[in-house]
Write a protein that binds this ligand. Structure first.
Ligand SMILES: Nc1ncnc2c1ncn2[C@@H]1O[C@H](COP(=O)(O)OP(=O)(O)O)[C@@H](O)[C@H]1O
Ligand SMILES: [Mg+2]
Length: 474
């Protein structure tokens, strides 16, 4: 006769066994469900599938929310994973490149459409953020880069690369060039090196070049193609914001917009004058601030503030050094402008008096005090129209007297949508406005005001008065 204790032990053993069996069954079912849920072949729309053929570049130009990031991540999975988790795939040394370090982490790797999220657990790579590295169970490795640090790409070699939002990269040409040097390995079974770029299109030279290349497959997609997978609130907001606008054609329909007829600036003029060699010494540097974006219709919380840094070289030419436009609280943009002032060893911060200048002065003053620095402030007085102000500046470009240092894509987009009839882009041209202030002040081009000659003669005052003040700690 078994003792009571023995009976109880036997019951417990059988119970545990049942539990184990149930757990195993649950796990199996979960895995099957997960594999089904993450089966890209089943979910991808045709334009999201890896194209056949011997391409070097697959360029996906598509609107926001079309599924570009997901397509990039899924394609990497398809090319790196084998038929089982430990089996080798076609590629094993991967470069993943995002616009910024934050995007690399939050979008490409950890985001909902990113690498980690789209892999079923058994195939999922291990992520080591400190090494910017992903390691798959089959030994394949991806390194994560961002386009603000082109030097990161110097050295390592790859057989496969994916770049997300290429058209927005800060150092797009440098990063692209570095990648081309590194993209020289064949895959484990001899496949040629390949690169995939997923981006909202912009008419920058590299995008045009890739579109024209014979070994590029170009795929286009519209935001609305992915409507079924997008939150209705997102769709509503984005369609309302962009539908029918020029920018909407680019951001939703993925058209590459070419120059606007009658624009004050053309891509060609700006490109031709782009500065690629060592810059001369600067005689004067200004940080121009334009708060006009604060009044744009699509404001959400923080204000959009145009911040542009420009310099006048000892050669008498002007150099546009940086576009630091941002959408931040006053404390945020104030600190950013003061930082730009410090970093660029600037002579003054410039802002328009009539249109928020007092506010700018106050914000800059506060930020300067916070940093314990002195910032010189200069007011410029506006003429009546944006176009009247912009025209003489555009002429300086025509004369080849202004160069951009590197690509300032977002700013250049705005400039090329400035026409004689006004700004035809979306929202407010905060960047271009700040540029006009910076260059007007630097080149001592007084903004035009309409004052009759008699009044002028009587007052014997210059048509435009510049105010000037200094604040912060002495
Ligand atoms: N074929 C698809 N099936 C299911 N969901 C998809 C598909 N393509 C994209 N999605 C989802 O749509 C949303 C937007 O995709 P994402 O790749 O982030 O867009 P984009 O990078 O173009 O802005 C994400 O939630 C993504 O998971
Ligand atoms: Mg994306």
């Amino acid at each position: 006769m078994p003792t009571l204790a023995q009976v109880q032990a036997e019951i417990a053993r059988r119970g545990a066994e049942k539990n184990r069996e149930r757990e195993a069954r649950d796990a199996e079912r979960e895995l099957a469900e997960e594999l089904l849920r993450t089966d890209w072949a089943k979910h991808a729309r045709p334009e999201q599938r890896l194209p056949p053929g011997d391409w070097l570049t697959w360029l996906i130009l598509a609107g926001r929310g079309m599924g570009k990031t997901k397509t990039g991540a899924e394609s990497i999975r398809e090319l790196v994973c084998g038929p089982t988790p430990l089996a080798p795939g076609r590629y094993a040394r991967v470069a993943l490149i995002a616009e910024t370090a934050a995007d690399a982490r939050d979008v490409i790797v950890e985001g909902p459409s990113g690498i980690l999220g789209i892999h079923p657990r058994v195939y999922r790579p291990m992520y080591e953020p400190s090494k910017r590295r992903l390691t798959w169970p089959n030994g394949a490795i991806a390194t994560v880069f961002n386009a603000t640090e082109p030097d990161q790409l110097r050295g390592p070699q790859f057989d496969l690369a994916w770049g997300d939002e290429l058209a927005k990269w800060e150092y797009v040409q440098e990063v692209y060039d570095q990648l081309q040097f590194g993209l020289r390995l064949r895959g484990p079974s001899g496949d040629r090196p390949r690169q995939i770029f997923t981006t909202t299109p912009r008419p920058i030279p590299i995008v045009r070049k890739l579109v024209a290349a014979s070994d590029t497959i170009v795929t286009r997609g519209n935001t609305l193609d992915n409507a079924a997978n997008l939150a209705p609130s997102f769709l509503e907001k984005i369609v309302e914001r962009y539908a029918g606008t020029r920018l909407g054609r680019q951001e939703l329909n993925a058209e590459i917009l070419d120059d606007v007829v009658g624009a004050l600036w053309t891509r060609e003029t700006i490109d031709k004058a782009r500065w690629k060699i060592e810059v001369p010494d600067f005689a004067r540097v200004v940080v121009a601030v334009d708060p006009s974006g604060a009044r744009s219709v699509d404001d959400e919380g923080a204000d959009s503030i145009g911040i542009v840094v420009a310099a006048r070289g000892v050669d008498g030419r002007a150099y546009v050094k940086a576009d630091m436009t941002c959408k931040l609280s006053p404390a945020g943009w104030g600190a950013r402008a003061v930082q730009a002032y410090i970093d660029n060893d600037a002579d003054c911060v410039v802002a328009e008096r009539n249109y928020g200048g007092a506010m700018v002065e106050h914000v800059i003053k506060t930020a300067a005090q916070h940093r314990g620095v002195t910032v010189a402030f200069r007011e410029v007085v506006a003429s009546r129209g944006k176009v009247v102000r912009a025209e003489p500046i555009a002429q300086l470009y025509e004369q080849g007297r202004v160069s951009h240092i590197g690509e300032l894509s977002a700013l250049e987009d705005q400039m090329c949508q400035f026409t004689n009839d006004g700004y035809v882009g979306d929202g407010s041209p905060d960047r271009a406005d700040a540029l006009v202030w910076a260059l007007s002040s630097l080149m001592d081009m007084r903004p035009v005001v309409t004052v009759s000659p008699e009044v002028l003669a009587r007052s014997r005052q210059p048509a435009v008065a510049y105010g000037s003040s200094r604040f912060g700690r002495p």
